[in-house]
Design a binder for this molecule. Structure first.
Ligand code: ZN
Length: 76
């Protein structure tokens, strides 16, 4: 399992920008679903930032892990 998959499966909470209610989402949801409704005040919350930098970062994590794995294999 890729490290980024684990990260995507993890739950995160973030405060609703309107009422500060802690909304719980799976990062996976944030990837496929851009908007979420706050269960408290029904405000529409945008989950993904416009440039998608968050998920670009995850791909870099995978790449770094692959390189690390290769480096470790080289040691043994
Ligand atoms: Zn709210």
């Amino acid at each position: 399992m890729k490290l980024s998959s684990k990260i995507l499966a993890s739950l995160v909470t973030f405060p609703c920008p309107r009422c500060r209610y802690k909304v719980e989402i799976q990062l996976l949801d944030a990837r496929v679903q851009v908007y979420r409704y706050c269960p408290c005040c029904r405000a529409r919350i945008r989950l993904v930032d416009a440039d998608g930098s968050m998920f670009g970062g995850l791909e870099e994590v995978d790449l770094a892990m692959e390189q690390l794995t290769k480096a470790l294999k080289g040691l043994f």
